[in-house]
Structures are given as C-alpha cells and as structure tokens.
Design a protein around this ligand. Structure first.
Ligand code: DHE
Length: 522
C-alpha cells in the first residue's frame, strides 16, 4: 500500500478506511441508483426478472462473480443483454455484481395458493360457440407474436390477410402452443403469465400467473394439461388446460437436495409425458401425464397401508429423473421422441436415450449450437440434424447415427433460428448477430450448400422463418419496431407480399406445430 509515489498520510488513510470496511469505491457508487437506471427495466426493479432473468443468488448458481462481471461489461451472446462497458465504470460493475449476489430480504412466495388466487376465468369451459367467427382453413392459421408493442396477429395462411390483432401480456417468450386442432392457443410471458386464447371466438378465456420468472410452456398432445417451466421459483407448474386451474406444483429438487431453475419443458406425445431440462442440476426429468404411467416413475407404484391394508393411491403425474454427465442447456428431441439431443453452454454434446434412461452417445459438435431451433431431415438416406451456432457463422449438420458433424456450412454470421418443411428442398437460417443481420440464407438440404442469400430489408434484422401448411410459402420476420413479415414463394424464393408489423418475432402455424413437422420446433 505504502510506496514511494504515495505520501505516507494518504496510504495510512486508505489503509484505515479499508480496515473499517469503508471502501472509497463503494462509497462513491450508489449501486441501487445504478441498478435502477441500467438494469431495473429489463430485470425488474425488484430483481425478480422481467424481459431479462431474475438477478438473485439462487438463480446465479452456475455463474461465478468474475463471469458475471464480464457479462455486464461485454454483454451476453444470444440474448438481449447489452454490453455496459461504455456506460459503467469497473467499480460500478463490481458493485452491481455484489448487489446481485446478495439475497433479497424476502422472495415472494409463489406456490399453489398464490397461483390459484391469480387465476382469471373470463369464459367457463364450454360456454362459447364451437364455430369460428371467421372463414379460414383453421389448419393453416398463423399466430404472429409482435414483441414491439406486446400484441399478436392471427393470420390467414392462405390469403395472408390478418384476421384479428390481440393484446398480449408483456414480453412473451418461447413458442405459443396450439391445441385442440387450432381451437385454442396458449401464451407464456417471461413474468409468468399463462394466457389461453379461444381462436374461434377471438377472445381470452382464462389466465393465471404460474410463476414469477417463466421460461416456456408445453401443452399435452391430448389437450388436457399445460406444464410451465419456471426459473423462479425453482419448479414446474401443472395446470388444467380447461381453465388454467393449478393441479400440481413440482419443486425441481435434484439428487442431494439442490434445487434448479427449469430451462424448458416440451411434450413427448407418444410417451404421454413432459420432458423438462434443468439448468442447475445434471438431470433431465420426464413427467408422465398418462392415466397409468409405465414403470420407472417415482411415486407411481401401488402400495398398501400397513395398518389398514388399504391400497394407497399412487401419486398422479409422477417424475422420472435421469442423471446426466453434463448440464443440459439446450436440446431438441428426435421425431420418435426416444432421443434427447442436447448441449451444455460449455460445449458438451450428449444424446440421452429415454427408453434406456441414460446418456448413450457423445455428440461431436463444436461452438454454441442453438439446438432448440434445430431441425432434422433425411440426407442421403440418413437422418441429420442441423443447427445454427450462436457464436460463430456456421450451420452444423450432424449425422444422427454416428453423431458426428458431417459439415459446417459457413454463413455470414451467427444465427438464431433455422426452419424448413417436409415439402421444401430448402432450409432457411437467419444471421441474427453481427453486421450481416439483415441477411437470410437458403440452404439446399441435399447438397448442403447455400443456394441463395436474401436481404429482405437492408439494415434491419431478418429472423425466424415459418412455412405455410403445404410448405409453399415461407414467412420471414423483420425484427424491428417498424418491421414487417415478408411472405416468400418457397420455391422461386421471390417476395410475394409484405405486411407491416411491430417487431414481429416468432410465427406459429397450426398444422406444422400440431403435426410436429421435422422442419420446425415443437
Ligand atoms: Fe428464446 C424459444 C431459450 C433468448 C426468442 N428460447 C426458446 C426456447 C428456449 C429458449 C428454450 C424453446 C421454448 C419453446 O418454444 O417453447 N432464448 C432462450 C435462451 O436461453 C436465451 C438465449 C436467453 C434468454 O434470454 O432466455 C433466449 N429468445 C431469446 C431472445 O433474446 C429472443 C430472440 C427474443 C425474446 O423473445 O426474448 C428469443 N425464443 C425466442 C422465440 C422462440 C424462442 C421467438 C420460439 C421459437 C419457435 O419458433 O418456436
């Protein structure tokens, strides 16, 4: 502390302030004000999350303080997290890191009672007519989410005319899920609101707040249940799809009692189960919604009360926990719903066999693939999967038998979403990040070469493609407050029509989603 350049008195004063716990940097930084100004809008003024995740020690277990410092300074790849190095000094960032690792005095309880109390039922099940208020092929409807002003547009997929525009909850995330042949659609917002919209009657029928900070939702293929994946609290919430009444709150506690955020939940139709990926424990969970779950699910075995001899009813919606070698941050399932293909952000690719109940293969894939937007098709008689990489300008094509990468297709920058259709020879991938974000590549699925690069709206991000039911048209989003959706002829790759929209993000076609097309996510 005392060196030749520092006068003795100043060294002594600094040492004294240090001993008394009074740090001159901390004194200078009003961390609460810094948080309010720069972080609160996205992460919630209460740190419980909003557009961005909750910033609490229990949600930051996999992030060391040093890494958190870097994220604040340099931003985070593949997220809305911007770099703050131009706006904040290092000591301000350090103070923010200390703040977010300090537990809140109280995290609001959000269990079954709170969920139930938040439920809003505007129309009871069966109350509204079973006939659509409009004329259209229901199987070719699209729901387009417009993040710009928190709305969604119901679009006729034959005429490309909007049918209805509805207000949504703030900051939807993950795909809204269609159910009952397109009669209903369910939305999830990042702050936990689940909304059920009656498409035939163009009205919401029920809403509930299923969590404080939510990732996504899944609807069982029989339309009976909705499962919600939460970051906060650490749980999965099962809802009755009819009116969104809570049925069960499942705490996500792993081996050894450690709880975990849930990264995402999906349905595995032929298995009558939900599959949930955990963020903080090396496990993947299968939750059965079958009336008679098969063996292997904890809590399902019949047992007898030792005193009365009565049969004890087994636990409904039992859980099967599969241990993994690595964390699983991102995954997709094969079309048969037997294999889970996943990666950790650290780059470990693993293939878990749901029948066998453990990881069976290592997948040889580099970088940071975005598997939840990966797609599959047949290439030279073999199934392959293709995924963009969120860090590098490549699309990786992986042989699903040897689990080796057979080709890295060079793109103009890292991408986010990739889509195709059974009737299309092409796969489309965006260039979401970097200077070429206004480009969209079209890849030939048999030569694995880029055949065309489109520039739908120069200077504006083009992202996320979805096809019509028959695969004849592909719709691209211009991801901008003053944006649009652009309809392309999927064969000639010529523009057919554009409709102005406010930062349209994902779009969801009834047929492609409900038939679980290999060209899209489900
Ligand atoms: Fe997403 C889907 C995870 C950031 C827009 N995103 C998903 C899914 C997962 C996921 C697991 C699949 C769930 C589903 O569809 O039910 N997303 C993550 C992240 O971990 C990540 C990188 C960081 C985070 O902030 O959570 C992330 N996602 C974003 C964004 O920044 C995007 C671009 C803008 C936004 O809305 O926040 C974004 N994610 C989307 C969209 C889908 C999605 C539009 C649905 C795609 C589909 O076609 O189904």
């Amino acid at each position: 502390m005392h060196n030749k350049k520092t006068p003795f008195f100043i060294s002594w004063l600094i040492a004294l302030l240090g001993i008394t716990g009074f740090s001159h940097t901390q004194a200078a930084v009003d961390v609460n004000a810094v948080y309010k100004q720069h972080c609160g809008e996205c992460h919630g003024q209460d740190r419980l999350g909003s557009i961005g995740p909750a910033l609490l020690p229990q949600n930051l277990k996999r992030l060391r303080k040093k890494a958190a410092f870097k994220v604040i300074k340099n931003g985070r790849v593949a997220s809305q997290m911007l770099p703050f190095k131009e706006k904040l000094k290092d000591e301000e960032i350090n103070a923010l890191v200390e703040l977010i690792y300090t537990p809140l005095k109280e995290v609001p309880a959000w269990g079954w009672d709170e969920i139930k109390a938040s439920q809003i039922v505007t129309h009871k099940p069966g109350e509204l007519p079973d006939k659509p208020k409009f004329k259209a092929d229901i199987w070719n409807l699209f729901m387009v989410v417009e993040l710009g002003d928190h709305h969604a547009t119901l679009l006729n997929g034959d005429t490309f005319e909007p049918i209805h525009r509805l207000k949504t909850r703030f900051a939807l995330h993950g795909g809204p899920k269609w159910a009952e042949n397109g009669r209903y659609i369910y939305f999830a917002s990042r702050d936990g609101w689940i909304s059920k919209f009656d498409v035939f009657n163009l009205t919401y029928v029920a809403e509930v707040r299923a969590g404080i900070n939510t990732r996504n939702l899944a609807v069982s293929h029989d339309g009976r249940y909705v499962m919600v994946a939460n970051y906060l609290p650490h749980n999965l919430t099962l809802l009755d799809a009819r009116d969104l009444s809570p049925i069960k709150v499942i705490e996500t506690k792993g081996e050894g009692g450690k709880t975990s955020r849930v990264s995402a939940v999906y349905t595995a139709d032929p298995r009558n189960s939900f599959i949930a990926a955990m963020k903080d424990i090396k496990e993947i969970w299968e939750i059965s919604y079958a009336d008679n779950p098969p063996a292997g699910f904890t809590g399902w075995e019949h047992s007898y009360n030792e005193v009365t001899g009565d049969v004890v009813k087994p636990d409904p919606f039992p859980v099967r926990r599969l241990g993994l070698d690595h964390y699983l941050d991102d995954f997709l399932m094969d079309q048969e719903y037997i294999q889970i293909i996943g990666t950790s952000r650290e780059g470990h690719g693993q293939v878990v066999d749901l029948d066998v109940g453990k990881p069976l293969y290592k997948m040889d894939i580099a970088g940071m693939p975005h598997l939840s937007s990966g797609i599959t098709w047949n290439y030279q008689g073999k199934p392959v999967l293709a995924t963009p990489d969120m860090r590098r300008g490549i699309v990786s094509v992986v042989d699903m038998e040897s689990w080796k990468t057979i080709k890295e297709i060079k793109t103009k920058g890292p991408g986010f979403f990739m889509r195709s259709h059974e009737n299309s020879p092409y796969a489309w991938v965006d260039v979401f990040f970097g200077p070429h974000k206004d480009l969209m590549h079209v890849i030939d699925k048999q030569t694995l070469e880029i055949v065309k690069t489109l520039k739908p709206e120069p200077g504006k991000t083009s992202a996320h493609v979805e096809f019509t039911k028959d695969g004849k048209y592909a719709i691209v989003s211009i991801w901008d407050p003053d944006g649009a959706i652009i309809i392309y002829d999927a064969k000639s790759l010529e523009e057919v029509k554009r409709l102005p929209m406010k930062k349209p993000s994902g779009k969801y076609n009834v047929y492609n989603k409900l038939t679980r097309s290999a060209g899209t996510s489900h």
